[in-house]
Design a protein around this ligand. Structure first.
Ligand code: IPD
Ligand code: CA
Ligand code: CA
Length: 271
């Protein structure tokens, strides 16, 4: 598979940042048992990874803007291009030594995501997509799963957690999903959840309260793998609204329907 020059730049940057994170994961396993714990070390690892990405991407495309989770927005002189970067998606997993986290990079051109990658350094899996060129896992073409029966589907989700999200609403949504799908999974890295939908590992996925860098690459991966992805109202304002649903055509439609019913039930329930 022949990648464009810009995707090769992204891949090289992700590999370099990923190498650092993988080394750091080894260190965390040691810090886990120390009294201080690995908290500060993880913050530093996260920042270091973003610096590497910024440096490598800026070297290749000095004029592009850069939106990173850690450093925020840096406007470029080229107003039509912007990188959207999560240097470490799945920080809580990383902090606990769980090898499920990713470096995720998207390139936006005039408001449209044209290239995206999500890389898990722990198992060296690289998911890439370019607009109109398909989605790939380690150079093999990937497609969303073909399953149509909800009762056979494995569905990824996010969960509100300590200090974040609408717990009452989530209870209705989770209950609706539990009653209809074969199984729910909460893996803790939104960019990998979307990549796994693209690769057909998850039949569908939804989550709320996300940021653009969690989803930008994954949205393109799912579409290029033949899947459907939208915000939870069925529209295209995924990055702006911060919520997402993805799957093949049937799974995506049915998931939106179930979640919308759950929302109505939650609104009608006594407080
Ligand atoms: C988080 C992960 C997680 C999702 C959170 C995100 P971070 O990103 O994607 O799966 O549930 O909402 O914030 O903080 O690890 O970069
Ligand atoms: Ca993230
Ligand atoms: Ca992050």
């Amino acid at each position: 598979m022949q990648h464009s020059a810009v995707l090769n730049v992204m891949i090289k940057a992700a590999y370099r940042a990923g190498r650092g994170l993988k080394r750091d994961l080894g260190e965390i396993e040691k810090l886990q048992v120390s009294v201080k714990g690995p908290g500060n070390f993880v913050t530093a690892a996260d920042r270091r990874a973003e610096e590497i990405l910024r440096e490598d991407l800026a070297k290749a495309r000095p004029d592009y803007g850069f939106l990173g989770e850690e450093g925020g927005l840096h406007r470029g002189s080229d107003k039509t291009h912007r990188w959207i970067v999560d240097p470490l998606d799945g920080t809580t997993n990383f902090l606990h030594g769980i090898p499920h986290f990713a470096v995720s990079i998207a390139l936006e051109r005039e408001g449209v995501i044209v290239a995206g990658l999500t890389y898990n350094p722990a198992n060296d899996e690289l998911f890439v997509a370019e607009r109109g060129k398909g989605a790939f896992l380690d150079n093999q073409r990937i497609r969303v799963a073909a399953r149509r029966r909800l009762g056979e589907a494995i569905v990824g989700c996010g969960l509100p957690h300590y200090g974040r999200g609408d717990l009452a609403l989530a209870r209705f949504e989770i209950a609706a999903a539990q009653q209809n799908f074969a199984g729910l999974r909460r893996y803790g890295s939104a960019s990998l959840d979307l990549a796994w939908v693209a690769a057909g590992r998850l039949d569908a996925y939804w989550e709320r309260d996300l940021s653009p860098w969690d989803m930008a690459a994954g949205v393109l991966l799912v579409r290029e793998a033949g899947g459907f992805v939208s915000d939870l109202d069925g529209g295209d304002a995924i990055l702006a609204k911060g919520h997402v649903a993805a799957g093949n055509e049937t799974m995506h439609r049915e998931l939106l329907r179930l979640l919308s019913e759950a929302r109505k039930a939650a609104a009608a329930a006594p407080a």
